[in-house]
Every structure is written in C-alpha cells, then in structure tokens.
Design a binder for this molecule. Sequence first.
Ligand code: ZN
Ligand code: ZN
Length: 760
Amino acid sequence: MSLAEAHNGRERLRIRVRGAVQGVGFRPFVHGLAARFRLSGFVLNDEDGVLAEVEGAALDGFLAALQNESPPLAHIDAVDVTPMPRGGQQGFAIRESVGRDAGRTRMVADAATCRSCLDELFDPASRFHLYPFVTCTHCGPRFTITRHLPYDRRNTSMAGFGLCQDCAADYADPASRRFHAETIACPVCGPRLSHPVEEIAVALRHGQIVALKGIGGFHLLCDATNERAVATLRRRKRRPAKPFAVMVANEASVEHIATPSLGERALLRQLARPAVLMRARAGLAPSVAPGLDRVAVMLPSAPVHHLLFHALAGEPKGAAWLDQLQPVALVATSANVAGEPLIIADAEALQALAGVADMIVTHDRPILMRADDSVMAVIDGGPAYVRRSRGFAPEPIDLGQDGPAVIAVGGHLKATLCVTRGREAFVSQHVGDLNTAAAIRFYEETARRMLTMLDVAPQLVACDLHPDYRSTRFAEAMDLPILRLQHHAAHLAAVAAEHHLRGPILGLALDGHGYGDDGSAWGGELMLLEGAGWRRLGHLRPLALPGGDRAAGEPWRMGVAALTALGRGAEAVWRFPGNALAGRLAAMLAANVQGPTTTSMGRLFDAAAALLGVCAEQSYEGQAAMQLEALVRIPRCLRGGYRITGDILDFTPLLASLLEPGLQAREGAELFHGTLVAGLAEWIGQGVARLGRPDVVLGGGCLANRVLAEGLTSALRARNLVAWLPRAAPANDGGLSLGQAAMARAHLIAERMPYRSSTR
Ligand SMILES: [Zn+2]
Ligand SMILES: [Zn+2]
C-alpha cells in the first residue's frame, strides 16, 4: 500500500519514523513541516524512534517532504503510516519523550561543522563569532562525546557546562537550529581552547609541530610544504615512511596539492570528513608520502580547524574565503606513541607528546570515545574504506535480513569488533593493532561499550582460527559459545554480507596473512562460501616463508624465497648485498624442504618488490606493495607468466621475468600487476565454470591496491562475470569482524533449521 493510498480520504495520520532520528533535529524539522503545510498534531521521541500525528488537508506534501528533506544527520530506515480518526485538535506541539530512549534507537556518528554554523563562526555580529566549539543539531561531535545512551547532554562530556541564558533560550526554541542541541555552547558558557588560535598559526608558520585536540583524538600538525618540519615530525614520531594525511582549508584548495576525481571529491565532502586518497601534485614536502604517488587529503572537521586556516590565511573578512583556494596545507596525523592508540586525554597528551610537539593545544571538553580519522579511496568507481572510524562508526551496516545477535572479535592487526542486532551489523571504530597493553585495554573497553550501547545479549562469539591472537583469547574468556572461523573465509563473508548475497558463491581472498586450517600461512585463496561453511578450491603456489612472521617486515626474505623457488638461490648474495643473512638463508632454504610456507598474495608482492629492488625492508605494513603499485602507469601481461595446474595458480614464470637484466623497476611493476590480473581472472573463470553462478566476491587487504582491484574487476567484467568488492567495511583486517559476525549468524540460523552448513 502506497503512502498516498494509506490516507486516501482521511485527514489524520499516525506516522512512525524509524532509524537514526533522535538527537539530529528531527522533531523541530517535523514541527517546521507542520507549520508549512498548516497541519495540527504533535511529534515526540519514544523508544522506537519518532512518532507524529498530523491532521489537515496537505498530508501528501507533508509526507513527501518528511522523507525528501530530512535533516542532514538523520537516517530514515522506515516510515509507517496509519490512518486515524480525526481529533479536531488545534496547533502543533512537540511533546515530551515517552519511555526509555535507548531501545532500538541509535547513536549518531560525529559530523563536520555545517555551513550555517560556519557562517556564524565568521560573522562578527553572531554570538558564536570565532568560537571554536560552535555546533547545532545538524553538526558537531556525537559519538565521541557520549558516555551512554540516551543521547542527552547529561550523558555527554558537555554535562559539566551549564547553559547561559541565550543558549538556554535557543535550546528551548523549536524555531532555532539549536532546539534540543545537546552540544549547544557559546563563549559565555562553553568549553575553551588552551591557546589563542593566532598563536597556533604562528607556530605552524614557523615550521613548528603542534598537537591539537580534535574530535576523536589529538592530531599532530605541521606545514605540509615545509620539508624540514615534516622530516622533524617523522624523526620525533619515529615514523620513517608511513604516509601522513594532509588537511586543506576547503574543497577549492585541494586542487593546489592534488588532482581529485569527481568521485574522490564526493568522498571528501561527506559529513564524516574522511581522508581520501588521491593523486598528489608536486608542492608537498617529499617526506609527506615517500615513494608513493597518492596522498590522503581531508577537509576540516571541527570549527577549530576552520579557525586555524582562517588565521593562516591572514584573517580575511567575511565567509567568502571559505570557498576560495587557500594555498596552506597541513600534515594532520594521529597523535600517538608508536603502536599505541590515538591519544585522547589532555594529561596523556601533555606527557607523551612533550618530546614530539612544540606546542600542545588542549580544551576542556573531554573526548570520551576514541575515533581515528577514517581513510577512503575510490576503487572501480565506488567508495572503499581503508579505515572506517570517525564519522562512520557507530553507524550500522544493513545485513538485509533479521537474525540472532552475535559478537565478532576481529583479528590482530587493524582490529575492530562487530555486534549484530536485528538486521544491522555495528562495526566498531578502528581499534588498531593489538600489540600493546594500551591497545588491548581500548579493545576490551570498546567491546563492553558496544554491548551496553546496543543493549543486546549475543548468543555466540566468533573469532579467528589463529590460536595466538589476543582477540581469540578475548573471545575464549567470554562466557559464550565460541565459533572459530578461517581468516579468509571471514574476509569473503564480509563482502557477501554487505551485498546481501546468499547461497553458494565463489570468493577470491588476496591478503597478507591469515591462519589456514592446516596451520600454514594463507593469503591467496580461491574459496567456495555458503553461510558459515566454506571450502578451499585452490590457492597460490606456496613459497617458503623464511623467518615466519619476520618475513612480513623484511621483503628481502621473500626475495630470497623466490630466488630459491627459481633454483637461483646463489644470486641472493649479490642481489641483496645490504642483508648479510641473504646468502645463508638461500642455502638453508635449498637444503631444508620442511620450513614454513605461504600462499599469501601479500608476500608475493613483497617478493616482487624485493627482486625489483623497490623495497627490501619495510617500516610499515604494505609498504613494499604500495611502492610497487605507485610505479605502475599501464599494467601489461606477460605471456606465459602464470600456470594453472589443478587447483594451484603459479606465478613462478612471472617472478623469473622480473630478474631479466636491464628491466626497469617500473616495467617490472607493470608486468607484475598485469600478469597477476590475467592469471587471477582466468583462475576465477575456471572456478565460476564449476559453480555455475557468475558472481565472485573479492576480499582481503590486497584489494586496497587499486591497480589490482580495478584490473581484476574489469577483466572479470570482460568475461561476463560479476565482481563484488568491499564497500561498507575495509578490505583489510578492519573488515574481518563483519564477516565473522555474518558467518556466526548464518551458523546459528543453520543450527535451528534441519539444514547444516558444510563447515569442514
Ligand atoms: Zn551546525
Ligand atoms: Zn551559552
């Protein structure tokens, strides 16, 4: 029944709106619509969302506007309309909330400062003029300042700030943008910055490093065009090469440092303000992203960032500068001690960053939830997460169908957790690598908070098959039945889940490392997936993994493994002169056939990067592969560069070709990518022929490689196949918990029905 039919001939409607509709200005929005369409009735918040009753003649217009013009932070899942007898009531009222707010409502993510607030920020006549904490119901922090639901000021870190008379009046005025804005504050009554903005700008202009408290944590800032400043930051932060993100004043200024595509611009403009990967122009300091051709760019997410760019632009009058190119670019990177979580507390910042930053800027509004910057890229014309965190967490991913509540604990690197409720999967913000006590504390606290916030009792906990992961031990310590899931099956299940693909489906996982059910290191796996069940259909030809886990950080070891596989181990000594162990390792590999092996695509990239002399040692995960990708202009396929023998895809001939004398690194990188794509596409084609369904899900960290991912999807399209990429969660281990959760739900559903999945 359409909405129009629902109230045909009636004049009063009860309207139930479900979704993220509380704390986002929905009631005043409805109030405004009622006035516009001359309707009487009321609106209120209750535990199912927003409930309204409206009466009058122009109900069609009202219903259309309700859905088409809803506030920017609202997310409507459903609108149910029920005809009612007429009440004859006059006027329209916003009524008190009914019942417990927590129930099925949800927490809203943090959102960038809206245009109306920006106009006030730079309007000398406004009481919010130059106020670093200006917000309204359509913008500002939410998730990161909330202790628990319901989202009321008393449950946020704004609780300690009483409202002045003006703010109290706005808060109570349904016509104000700040009606029931829980974050409302002004220079009279609200939080304050520890330093004048002008002082911060002077420090940055002089090449100093500034720690600045933002929305989800502290940033370290410096002038991104000043090589000495950026190099100093690298030295002090002990971060030799991992790329830094860069913040610019506005969209017009992006052109100054990069050449964004239309899709990349659209990602930049999102209210979440993620850092977006795009092709860099000359002009940034070389140390911003050494050896890479792309740079992660973001726009300001908090008023203080806009104030800073205003000061750096020489304090122009009015608000026009907000739309004009500003040549300033700032490195904006997470402030943390290597391997530890992002710093959010003032005291910790003052202590831990004393040796890193020349100036540490705090404020007195505590950050309650840590949220790193999100990072995105455009891949094959669509959005892809590298990291899904600030601005996106804790908003749910739709699983397409109802199911039992489960918790999934993710992996070890780039860890996230996932809790399901109804048809929704809530993936936590990025927690990071679980290598330090502080990271593990943050991880455990995140799990507790999610369960409290969502108010669910999971029936099952899902974890990785790896026995030594901290996340596995965390799952074992929970008082719940446990389901251990193979790493790459979970990667692929995540992609199938977000695209609502059901039934048996083919999947290809291209990843760095995951524990196989034979105990070896997997990462180049062709799989058949169905619900919680999976089967390994094929894999890359195994290479030796000399040094086990150490090989991941030292690509030269994979180079030696490749040489040995080619029967050319003797060349290790002169090909890797910087590594004294290379010769000995080659001899050991030649003699010992029982060492650890790997089928990982990530390690194959390492081998290629090492053989081509692009990267022998890496200082961050994925460095060798990223530098190799950055060299590619046009990928080319080497005829005979791969072999498919039974279930095994073998790129040994390709590796041999990389050793051709006189081959340039760029040519090698192009051959490597092009041949991988051709081999993988043919391999998938054979798998699809066996299965008889044209879909294939692609997952795993290597899908962040745009040349590989786009090459593969277009090669598959050319074969009339349908490739599904990770869109809602990262391809890397940040998306693992989503897949584990989907498999756990499928497992429970299968348990209850006579059907049982084919877990091997
Ligand atoms: Zn606003
Ligand atoms: Zn005030």
